[in-house]
Structure formats: structure tokens, C-alpha cells
Design a binder for this molecule. Sequence first.
Ligand code: N01
Length: 540
Amino acid sequence: MDVDVSGRSDVVDICLVGAGVAGLYALWQCKVSGLSVTCYEAAGDVGGVWYWNRYPGARCDIESIDYSYSFDKGLQAEWRWSENYATQPEILSYFQHAADRLALRDLITFEERVTSAAYDDASATWTVRTASGKQTVARYLVLATGSLSSLNVPDIDGFDSFSGDVLFTAEWPHEPVDFTGKRVGLIGTGSSGVQLAPLVAEQAASLTVFQRSANYSVPLHVHSYTDEEWAEILAGYEERRAVSRVSLGGTPHGPNPVHPRDMDEAQRHAALEQRWQRGGILFASTFQEQRVDLAVNDLAREFAEEKIRAIVHDAQTAEDLIPTDHPIGTKRPITDTGYFEMFNRDHVTLVNLRREPITKMTPEAVVTAEREFEIDVLILATGFDAFTGALKAINPVGVDGVDMEEAWRDGPVTYLGVQVPAFPNMFVVNGPGSPSVLANQAMTAEQQVEWIFDLIRHCRAQGVIRVSTSQEAAAEWGRAVQAAADKTLYPTAKNTWYVGANVPGKPQVFMPYAGGFGTYRQICDEVAAANYRGFDLRTS
Ligand code: N01
């Protein structure tokens, strides 16, 4: 380091981007470690995805008792979830409450979008700039920008000419939207579109669902907690969290302990029915080896397909709703409340875009290869430029002027999902190469933030001013991420946002670490114990 910034009061320890689930916990880590911090958040409040995705029907499909912070016993003890799968307003209230209780709000600059970040090797600092012209110089840059925060906007001919209202699920208005008497079109049948559609159908004069890919969906089965249930949850809380911390997916639930080969057909059917009735994404892991063995997966897949056929009256619509291109669970499992049932209503139409793609939009209509659908409102539930979109929007510039666009031209390259070669002192939370979206992200955020701040504290204690990783360490981790995916059925689904296939032109690389949250935690802990193997820690 040529320029010593140790005495400079204008240099903060941490510049943190994002005040969502991970960012709030990172702020708490700054507070308890006595690290000075500037935090920029593009939204008007805390909550991240739960701030933006406020469409009707939005809920988390991981039980709220698990999808919440585990690091603060007081916070845990005083918050009572009303339902097993909380609604977006309740989850947002929880994170607002956490920010207030932990006194984090004053540390956040809201409605401030970070537009650039540049590393200076001479001073080992990052200079971060925002849309309104603010600037921060920091020793460390922590990007808690979310893996699902950058919108994927479809490129449809004539889109801008449409004269009706356009709504994005991921940027839903704060005021209630009234669909009464409206002809509504919905593009996108992932988790967001499937959650939203039945509520729109309740109000709208007509709903036309434009489906490019069919998805498996399992009923969520929401219920309110009784006092007895809640008391039981609290009694088992510590154990529940302990089990989750070393689990595959960051929750206490595992597959059926009996392998399906040791069951007869009736027992297998009963096991699947039990999971189906329990509801939620756990159906995608009913059986051991369901995510790695196609024959086992077929049992669950065929069961789910029969459910669709039994629910949907029109045979062609039912067939159109059944996926043909992936084993169940290899795309993100979807959960719903009355989605398939909705297609039995006369005013709801499914349009299979694989048969009749959208060709254009006019001021009044969505036009497919076969028909024209006049609508008043278009809803886009078209997903995200996952993992890399929010990071590339900032496009940090690292050593020797290399920017992230360039560094990740062929796909994201990280070591452990937390650091990028040539970007010293920069950390990514829930980034590509981490378990993130394949596990309970509230828990993965805690693990990653703790690990990153342990490293930062270690550096401070050892007088380290520059921490970086090498291309070799990142390449080795990239191979480990691919190898973990190759042991599963995930790569058999080609058309998923896990590989970036939903964004035209995006390099296709399997991005999340599929080896399991518990295994990943163990690897990270081993790296730390081996004096941060794979990192270069420099004191000058
Ligand atoms: O986005 P998606 P999402 N023309 O990418 C379609 C989490 N989440 O917001 O599959 C036509 O899954 C696209 O089609 P295809 C969860 O991790 C959780 O729904 O690419 N269609 C797809 O149908 C989830 O997985 C919760 O062929 C186009 C849809 O739009 C993740 O967020 C709730 C198109 C996008 O689906 C993302 O979910 C909500 C085009 N040009 C979200 N472009 C819960 O916890 C895209 N599509 C319950």
C-alpha cells in the first residue's frame, strides 16, 4: 500500500450496499464490531425483496419460523408469526421491526442507488458513488444486493406502444390495485405469477395467462398458528435451528427416512400424498435421492402430474400445464393457493406460448402467432437477472481497471461465492457459487455475513489491509460448484434461471452451490481454520 488511510476520518471501514435480509444483519455485525459503515439502499425502506415484491398473494414458501433471523434470541422471542407461511406484509413488518429493535435505521441512506464502485490498490480502498452524486471511500465493500433483485424485462415487439397499465410483480405499486371489470394479461408462470394469478382472477373480468414454460406447483396449505402449536415451536426452537444449520437446505426438514425401493406402491403413494397434503416445497424432497436419481424423481413427478390432471377439467389445458422439460424440483419448486383450480373458471384462459409464441404487442392487445388478446392491464411476472444482474448493474472496477462485466464475461467466477479474483476487499453475500437460492436464504445470509465479518475482524486484528483471492482458488471452486451440480439432476433442466437461461445472451453456468448448505458451511469453516486458505492477506 502506497497511501496510508489509517488516520483519515473520511474513510469508513465498510461500504455496504443493500438493507435486505443479508444487509441488515451485516449492519448489525458492523455495529457489534465497532466498524464504521455507510449503507446505501435503493428502496425507501428495509426488507429487500420483501419491499419490492408486494404483489397480492406474495408469501415466503419457507416456513416463517425458519425464514427469520436466528442470531438474536430477544428478537426471536418477541416476534410471533401468525401463519406458517407468512404474507409479504408480515415479513416486511418483521424486517422493519428487526431494524428498529437493533437500531439500524440511522445507519442506512435510503433511496440511494449505487451506480459505481472502483478499487484503488495504492490505498486499498473502494470509492463508491450513487445516482444522486454521493461518494464514500471505504476499506471494504460488502455487496448485499440480493440474488433476485434485478428485473428481467421481456423484449417484446411493440411493448412500448401498449396503452394500458403495465405492472411488474417485482416493482408492485404501494397502493392497492383494483382489477374489477378489467381484462388482465399475465406473462410469467414462475413463483410470482402463480402466487398472484388466483387473486387477480377473483376480481378481474378476464385473466389470460401467457405461459412459456409449465411448472410443477404444490399447494402451500397456509394455516394460522394455534397457541398450542406456537408453544410447541418455541419449545423446539433451539433444536430446530441447530438441525437447520447443518442441513441440506437450511430448514429442519428432511426426506422420508425410508427409501422408496423399500416401500410398496401403496406406501410410496401414501408418502407422496402425505407430503402433498403437508404442502410447500418439501414435496420436491419427499424421498431420499429424489434430487439425484431420475427413477426416484419420476415417482414424485408422475404423482404431481396426476394431481394436475385431477384438478383441471379441460384435458388440453391440463396437458399444457404439465411440464415436459425437467424433472420435478430441478427448476425452483413453486407453491400455490388455488392456481390449477383457477383454470376451471370460465373467465380464465391459458395460452401456451410454446405452441403460439407472442409475436408483438399493439396499443390494445397481446398478439400471438395464432390470436389477438385485447387487454386493459398487463402484468409481468417475468423474473430476474438472477445472481449477477444487480452486481453487474454496479459493475465494480477492480485491480488494473478490470470491471465485473469483463471479469464475468463467460459467467460468474468466485471463490466460495464470497470473493472475486482481482476485486480485493470486496465481498458478495449470497452470490453465485454459494448455496443461496437452493437453501433458506435467511439462514444462508446469516452464515455468509458471519463468515465475511469474521474474516474482516481477523484482518483488522492481524493488521491486514488487503484481502484478495486468486484465479486458481476461484477456478477450483468453480469446478467444485459444477461437480456438486453434476451429482444432482439440476443440470437436466436446461431452461432455468439457475443457469441464466431466462435472460437472452447471458452466459449459461450453473450458479448456486448444490452441495448443500451444511456442507458449504463446513467448507467455509475449514478454509477459515486453515488461515483462510485461498485468500491472500497482506499487511502492506
Ligand atoms: O420468476 P421466474 P419469479 N416471454 O424466473 C417467464 C423466488 N420467489 O419472479 O420459465 C414469456 O421463476 C418465464 O418463462 P420461462 C423463487 O426463488 C419466491 O416467478 O423462462 N415468458 C417464467 O415463467 C423464484 O424461483 C417466492 O420459460 C417469459 C416467468 O416468466 C424466484 O424468486 C415468490 C419471458 C418468470 O419466472 C423467481 O420467481 C416469488 C418472455 N419473454 C419468487 N421472460 C416465494 O417464496 C420470462 N418469462 C413463494
